[in-house]
Design a binder for this molecule. Structure first.
Ligand SMILES: Cc1cc2nc3c(=O)[nH]c(=O)nc-3n(C[C@H](O)[C@H](O)[C@H](O)COP(=O)(O)OP(=O)(O)OC[C@H]3O[C@@H](n4cnc5c(N)ncnc54)[C@H](O)[C@@H]3O)c2cc1C
Length: 72
């Protein structure tokens, strides 16, 4: 049976898990990060913050180019 030796184990490589893993590793902890999906990043990177702000920017740009004023 395999044995593992880590100071901290983090489940989930989303915004929270990545932040904790990064901080723990910088403090010198032997850090294990487990992510069930193929890519790290979680909701913020793949579905939430980043795509929604990209879409909002694209809409804003489209409205500017088309001469349609944006309403806030
Ligand atoms: C449309 C939208 C826009 C948003 N915009 C913003 C914004 O502008 N600013 C902002 O601050 N926040 C925004 N958010 C919120 C932000 O996305 C979340 O607060 C953030 O993703 C939470 O991060 P998390 O790491 O807690 O969870 P998640 O991002 O959900 O990450 C959890 C990770 O754990 C993994 N996981 C789950 N179960 C297991 C398991 N059993 N084993 C291994 N891995 C597992 C998942 O695959 C995932 O990668 C937005 C959300 C949405 C939906």
């Amino acid at each position: 049976m395999a044995t593992y030796d880590y100071d901290i184990g983090i489940i989930g490589g989303g915004a929270a898990g990545l932040t904790v893993a990064s901080g723990a590793a910088q403090l010198g902890a032997k850090t294990l990060l487990v992510e069930k999906e193929k890519d790290l990043g979680g909701d913020c990177l793949h579905f939430g913050c980043v795509p929604s702000k990209t879409l909002a920017s694209a809409v804003h740009l489209f409205c500017c180019i088309g001469g349609f004023p944006m309403r806030n």
